[in-house]
Design a protein around this ligand. Structure first.
Ligand SMILES: [Zn+2]
Length: 248
């Protein structure tokens, strides 16, 4: 889940800055792959080639960082029901690697939660975290009104959800898989999430207020549900609407 109000990195290219200049131009993928980046511009092949090169560089950069690319709405994994991780794969190297990549991606994109379907994997794996610095980005008024408080890194494999307080709060939220938008979404005030960690040890967490919202948002991802399925449609907002409004 993406906290509304922290969108500055959305518009940044995922490619490394030293490549950013080149990705704006049609360049030769063959030369880029061979490391001959400086001469890549010499043999231009049109916009289609530029798109392919951009995609390649983005993929390489994300892989080199040990991160995972956050998929955007339209990707089939975001609408599929995630399957449980088999007990025989907990713990395992691939599971640890997946969690590590998810945590890195969550932190890089300033998110408070990420589900495996968001990185294209139909697995029941969640990571969530809100640091004190992250809380500081909310105004004192919102912290108080929304009940925002920090929580350490939480990792859940094969989680289940129990509603503890059926009272519903309707507050704005965003999603890294629906970049640039937000909407008000009804969520229960208090829930308990239970599952196992990467080592297979049982873990549970009673989350209240804003943390409970994060848990419910991420749990929805495991069922192929996005916040736009639950939102108050009249509150759906393009967060850049003021920048794109010329006043004409
Ligand atoms: Zn989301």
């Amino acid at each position: 889940m993406r906290p509304v109000g922290r969108w500055s990195r959305d518009t940044m290219p995922i490619v490394a800055p030293r490549f950013a200049r080149w990705t704006l131009l049609p360049v030769c993928a063959k030369r880029v792959r061979s490391g001959d980046v400086l001469n890549a511009r010499c043999c231009t092949r049109g916009p289609a080639e530029a798109v392919r090169v951009r995609r390649y560089l983005r993929k390489r950069t994300v892989a080199l960082r040990g991160e995972a690319e956050v998929k955007q709405v339209g990707h089939p994994a975001l609408r599929a029901r995630a399957v449980a991780v088999p007990p025989g794969e907990i713990p395992s190297g691939p599971l640890e690697s997946l969690v590590l990549r998810m945590v890195r991606s969550m932190r890089r994109e300033d998110l408070v939660g990420l589900a495996a379907p968001q990185v294209g994997l139909r697995k029941q794996v969640l990571v969530m975290e809100l640091t004190p610095d992250g809380v500081g980005e909310f105004s004192p008024h919102l912290r108080e009104e929304w009940g925002v408080s920090p929580f350490p890194l939480k990792v859940f494999v094969n989680p289940t959800l129990q509603v503890l307080d059926p009272e519903v709060l309707v507050l704005p939220e965003g999603c890294a898989s629906i970049r640039g938008f937000s909407a008000c979404v009804p969520r229960h005030r208090s829930v308990c999430i239970s599952g196992v960690d990467v080592n297979g040890q049982p873990v549970s967490w009673v989350a209240r207020n804003w943390a409970a919202r994060v848990v419910q948002h991420e749990m929805d991802h495991l069922s192929g549900i996005l916040y736009i399925d639950r939102m108050d449609t009249k509150t759906f907002t393009n967060l850049d609407w003021k920048e794109t409004d010329t006043g004409c």
